[in-house]
Design a protein around this ligand. Sequence first.
Ligand code: HEM
Length: 514
Amino acid sequence: MVGYIVARRTAKTDQVGGWGLKRKRMGAKARSVDDWSRVSAPTVLGRVKGLQVLAAFALDPVGASGRHLMPLGQAVELTRLGTSKRRILFMWGPEYNRQFLLRSKTMRTSGLWPLKSPPGSAQRSLSYHPLKAYGPEQAAFYDLIDPFFNRSVIEQRSNDIRSMIVDEIERWQPGIHDFYELARRCMERVAFTLLFGVDESSRFNELSDRLHEYHRANWAYPAIAFPINLPGTPYHAGMRQAKALQRYLYSWMDEAEGNGGSKFVFQRLADGRRADGCPFARENKAGLVAMLSWLAYETTATALSWAVFLLAQHPAILADLVDELSAHDSAHDGDADRLLSLPLLDAVVKEAMRLIAPVPLISFRMAHAAAEEEEIAGQRFAPGSRFYVLPHLTHRLPDIYPAPDRFRPGRWFSSKPTAYEYLPFGGGQRRCPGFWLAMTNLKFALAALLERFRPVVPDRARIDRMYAVVTMPKNGLPLELVPRDRSIASRPSQSASGSIYDLFTPEPNRPVRH
Ligand code: HEM
């Protein structure tokens, strides 16, 4: 049970609005651990606030972290009632990001699929995957997946990647669509072709639909809050989805093995070894494939969706980007390297992921098996403690990003944040291995899309966000694709609404350079 919330004392502290809480401001420079020497005493009001914050965080972590945590500084701790030594620390800002991500040898992430279930169940084996590994086990996993996504592989295959993306986008029709669905189909084709070594669209659609449904079932709050395995309950639906997905992956694996391992990822898994030298068990292979497949398309589809949405809301920037792309060769052919290094295209992609971080928070747990307590931010944390690193809040620090809630790609021409000031792909030893693929996909997709269409947010559209590892559109992302040769009113939708608008303040007619 969580008892109270305290922020830690530092050289610069302020009282925060009557809660008896202290707030901490860390500069960009490292401070000594002595800054962290004392903890302010919790107040009764603090306890109430702690529980309130935790409840808000469980329902909407992105919104709650902005509202409740950000005003408190750059690190907030929740301490449990009673004698438990396990604590919860929320961190953001470059100094804490660096301290934590560089020393996370005993930290594992909380994984993708939170529903708890008994050992031996399909849900348990799908949800126990290498994101939950740490130390040598995690290193072995990195070695296993490196040949799929490392920089040189992606550079060598950039023309194939571009052809797939252009081919997908050429099938899109003008009109109002759920853009997120289109983006998923496009990104799934690239990711799965690289993973499985073949381009089989009907199968890919089925796999991504199953993964998508399974993922949503895992993040249905009633299923998390009431894990009751009775027919008709959301939890039961989640368990059913897990079994169906596992069966599906098994049948695919069996077929691939029967064919002499023609499917690339299955072959690597069959040949691969865990850190202890043992081969992967069947259920580990299915879990690994599910995890990799989901990460490889869904993260990028979400990032692409929000980037296009932000452009649609900022017509002047969209026009500047179209100019930059038009001055370049066509998105279909021409020099891929040049396209990938166009400055405004690069800045738009970075700025979109700053403002709506696809992975807004990274949740870690210190392994229960860790031998010793870890010192983080000057405090000792026991095995089992939880840590949240918050790119969403780091990306909103006004000292680093002036006017942080504005979509201003131009800021990237004059500033170059460090790896701990800008971390849409995480950082340190667990940094996302899909970085090169993701950036390549996003740039090719934007170029190919804008060569054919202008994205427009339809009047009275409602666009809500939800948190499920990534910040994804809750009920799809309605966007109108207007053929490029038709002139469109150069204004964003004034009548659209929804919780995505909490994350930025539109500024319709400001060009990139000002
Ligand atoms: C815009 C797209 C993407 C974003 C924003 C993103 C973000 C992230 C972040 C923040 C992490 C760190 C989690 C942690 O610290 O444990 C991560 C890890 C990971 N990502 Fe990505 N990612 C993207 C695309 C991809 C792609 C295309 C792949 C391809 C397979 C991928 C595979 C992975 C894997 C396997 C990990 C786990 C690394 C580990 O902890 O061992 N990601 N990603």
